[in-house]
Design a protein around this ligand. Structure first.
Ligand code: PGA
Length: 256
């Protein structure tokens, strides 16, 4: 069984002080036994990364960013590079979140460029894929997710697949309180796994962790995390509530 990963995406919430407060609260609730069984990752806004990195140092909690630029460096005003994220203490970066795709017009090709840049700087990547409500209703969601996965993973050396996590986040479930049913989740996770196996090999697919995201909370976490093929969760709203976030991580650890 793959080790579970519980990731908190704080999105555009919390200033520096509040980020420090939330991090300390999370730290205070994590017992070492929990981290032995489950990876816990927090992804604060860019400006809080260095501060949060200092607070969680040596705790076992992992740090990630929510985005990066696809170029190494240069004249890209307002952008953040992979090496900057490394220097702030990041181990992970989220790429291709549906909010980036929707509001910042990120295409599958752009997502692929970001994934490659992150990997070449030794960052681990959480690649987000997922269909809109319209795509589900039009019954094209499987081809949408297959294409998102295939393009995101293009040109990745197979030995780097160990640094890839995929998060299946149906767009209609993000921040809405709606969830995909466990069998829907398992179906898509199997589809993503098969797509990875077609591109790479069975070994790469077997090691690929696939998270579910979209309105995961303390009440539905156990059911979602128990579904076949679910290796953890990417959590937005509930990751800002330390009790709920750690409760979800404990649920994951009980299933392990
Ligand atoms: P949510 O967000 O848990 O608030 O639905 C999940 C995400 O966008 O990653």
């Amino acid at each position: 069984m793959r080790r579970k990963l519980i990731a908190g995406n704080w999105k555009m919430n919390l200033g520096l002080n509040e980020s420090g407060v939330l991090t300390r609260k999370i730290l205070g609730k994590v017992n070492p036994g929990l981290l032995k069984k489950t990876d816990i990752l927090i992804c604060p806004p860019f400006v809080s990364l260095a501060l949060v990195s200092g607070i969680i140092k040596d705790s076992g909690i992992k740090l990630g960013a929510q985005n990066l630029h696809y170029e190494k460096d240069g004249a890209y005003t307002g952008e953040i590079s992979a090496s900057m994220l490394k220097s702030a203490g990041c181990e992970y970066v989220i790429v291709g979140h549906s909010e980036r795709r929707k509001y910042f017009h990120e295409t599958n090709n752009l997502v692929n460029k970001k994934v490659l840049q992150a990997l070449s700087n030794d960052l681990k990547v959480i690649v987000c894929v997922g269909e809109t409500l319209q795509e589900r209703e039009d019954d094209i969601f499987e081809s949408i997710i297959t294409e998102q996965t295939e393009v995101a993973l293009k040109d990745i050396p197979s030995e780097k697949m160990i640094d890839i996590v995929i998060a299946y986040e149906p767009v209609w479930a993000i921040g809405t309180g709606l969830n995909a049913a466990p069998e829907q989740v398992s179906h898509i996770h199997a589809l993503i796994g098969n797509t990875a196996e077609d591109i790479f090999d069975k070994n790469a697919a077997d090691n690929l962790r696939i998270l579910y995201g979209g309105s995961v909370n303390k009440d539905n976490a156990k059911e979602i995390l128990s579904a076949c093929g679910v290796d953890g969760a990417l959590i937005g709203g509930a990751s800002l509530k330390p009790d709920d976030f750690i409760f979800i991580a404990e649920q994951a650890s009980d299933i392990n």
